[in-house]
Structures are given as C-alpha cells and as structure tokens.
Design a protein around this ligand. Structure first.
Ligand code: NAI
Length: 317
C-alpha cells in the first residue's frame, strides 16, 4: 500500500512537540497539536471566575506551548501563515480527532508509564495503517509498545528529532523488531523528501546513537565541573565560542534541552544498563536535582543554569 501523509497529530506541546508541529506545518501539512488539560487554575483564571471546564482553561497548556514555540528565536515557523495550519486541542476533549491523522507523533514527558498509557489510547483511536511514532530520547521502542497489538506494532517506531527540529537535519528512526519494513521505508522517504531530514536508522538500544554520546558527555561535564569547582560560565567559555559553538555551549545546550528532560533521560539510561561499566556517570547529581526541584528547568521556563533577562525590549538568555 502507498502511504500518504496528509494530516499529522502531535501529542505534547513542549519544547519538541510544538516545534515538530511547526516543522510539519511548514511543509504545508495540517497538524493537530494536543497537550493535557490543566489540573488546577492559575490565580488569574480564578480571579476571572473561570472553572477547569472552561474551554480557554482546557487548552491553556497547549496554547502556552504553541506561543513559546511561536516566539522562539531562531523561529520555528517558516512564516506566520504556517501557524494557521496548526489546530490546538487537549487530550481529553480532542483525542478522537487523531483518528483523522495519517501520522501521529508522541512528544510527551520522557517517562515510561505515561508513554505506555498514551500508546494504549492511540491503539483505540488511530485509523488502520496510520503510523505512530515516539520522539523518545532513549527509552527502548519495544518497551513503549509493550502490550500493544501486532497491527499497532507494525506501524510503530521511534522518530527521534533533534532540538530545534527545524534547524537540525538529523533524524534517528528506530524500527524495533516488529515494525513493518515497508512502513518504515515509506516514512523514511517522507522524512527525507518532505521534511528535509538526513535519516539514520538506529538499533533499539537505550538512548540509540546520538543521545548515547550526548548524554554521556553532558553528564561527565556536569560531574567534572561540580567536582573541580568550575563555574557554568567558565565551562561554557571553553566549550562554546572558542570551539565554534557560540549558542550551544555545554550548559546553554542543557538549558535548551530542558534540565528535567536531561534528568529523566539519564535516569532511564541508568536503569536500562545495569551491567554497563559507564553506568555511574548517569547517576543523578545534586546540582541537577536542585534545579529540577526548584522548577528551574531551562529555557522553556526562563530559568535554568542561565536566567532570561529583558533588555531594551529584547530577550536574552
Ligand atoms: P517538555 O517538558 O518541554 O514538554 C512535554 C510536554 O508534554 C508538556 O507540555 C507536558 O504538559 C506534555 N505532557 C506530559 N504528559 C502528557 C500526556 N500524557 N499527554 C499529553 N501531553 C503530555 O519536553 P520535551 O523536551 O518537548 O520532550 C518531549 C519528548 O521529546 C521527550 O520524550 C524527550 O525525551 C524527547 N526529546 C527532547 C529533546 C529536547 O532537546 N528537549 C530532544 C529530542 C527528544
């Protein structure tokens, strides 16, 4: 059968999901972008007398993710008109709309339980032959697909975009054991020809290829800086402009990725490789734990290793 991707569903409107939605919309394909409805009201919503059932409240999280993506520099959007191709919704009221999609990509929190539960719901709603992929940074694909039907698993694999997805060409595709090679080949062609990606097919091993290297380097660096008392700015001066990485020096990059995301990825990897000699590197360190506990999750909240400042109407981070 020939695969035609005419409508796409993206679940999770955070750093990656909202930007993947923008990437896809930039090629002219309509996207449905979903996130969870909030479980509590903000002070502002309470003051306005709104309840958790108000449509404006139900879509608050997806709306915020969409606006953050829209304001990001460099821009995720190819043009403002591109944004009109993205429809926002939440995973309770609008989940059924995913039945319209030919490809559904999951970009929610990097935890096994929520990803598995989401796949169980997707199995119920996806149309036959719809492709489902996960943007996981490193959880094995077979674990996310555990308990799903053979038909689902034939159409399911990893599609690991790099941050920011509009600008980084690399796309890791992780087929797992059960994916139908014809489906994977069709998606690969779509990713290369329509999304403009350079695809690498990876084995279904924890953290695949790119993140096995990146997370190792990130963890070693944090541990080394902590142990020897280097400051964040000092490390970034040495691992940034001097080696041609002005905006992606080490700690800046961790802020961009999300400190909570990095912590989940490291913790998952620690659990997944009990016999690996490098395992201790992925143990949680005090600094990361403190930042996560304080809600300083990086660029997405305006504060992490660095803090967002506004000067002359410009935002610097
Ligand atoms: P994020 O923390 O920025 O956003 C996650 C979003 O998912 C949030 O808006 C949250 O409300 C939503 N969410 C959580 N549970 C949900 C559920 N059950 N249903 C619907 N939405 C839900 O995370 P980020 O960074 O966008 O990561 C998403 C995925 O992409 C993770 O698997 C992560 O490991 C992976 N990834 C992250 C990269 C990065 O640089 N941040 C790069 C490549 C992959």
């Amino acid at each position: 059968m020939t695969y035609q991707i005419k409508r796409v569903g993206v679940i999770g409107a955070g750093t990656m999901g909202a930007a993947i939605a923008a990437l896809v919309a930039g090629t002219g394909i309509p996207v449905i972008l979903l996130d969870v409805p909030p479980s509590s009201l903000t002070a502002e919503e309470e003051a306005k007398g709104l309840t958790l059932n108000h449509p404006q409240v139900r879509n608050r999280i997806v709306q915020q993710g969409f606006e953050r993506m829209r304001k990001a520099r460099p821009s995720n959007l190819y043009s403002e008109r591109t944004a009109e191709l993205i429809t926002l919704g939440n995973t309770e009221d609008d989940f059924h709309r995913l039945a319209e999609c030919d490809w559904i990509v999951e970009a929610i929190v990097e935890q096994i339980g929520p990803k598995q539960s989401l796949m169980a719901r997707l199995e119920e709603v996806r149309k036959p032959h719809a492709i489902v992929t996960t943007n996981t940074s490193g959880i094995p694909i077979r674990i996310i697909a555990e308990g799903r039907s053979e038909a689902f698993r034939r159409h399911f694999f990893g599609s690991h975009f790099f941050n920011p997805p509009r600008y980084l060409r690399l796309l890791e595709i992780i087929p797992g054991d059960d994916a139908d090679p014809a489906v994977v080949a069709a998606f690969r062609q779509f990713a290369e020809e329509r999304l403009g990606k350079g695809v690498v097919i990876c084995k279904d091993r924890p953290n695949f290829i790119g993140n096995r290297i990146f997370v190792y380097a990130g963890q070693v660096l944090i541990n080394y800086a902590l142990q020897h008392g280097y400051r964040v700015e000092e490390v970034d001066a040495l691992t940034g402009p001097l080696i041609g990485r002005p905006n992606t020096a080490s700690f800046r990059l961790l802020d961009q990725v999300g400190i909570d995301v990095m912590a989940y990825v490291a913790a998952n990897l620690y659990d997944a490789i009990p016999d690996d000699e490098s395992r201790d590197v992925y143990r949680q360190n005090d600094l990361t734990q403190k930042l996560v506990a304080a809600g300083k999750l990086g660029k997405k909240v305006g504060q992490g290793f660095y803090k967002e400042v506004r000067q002359n109407g410009k935002r610097e981070f």
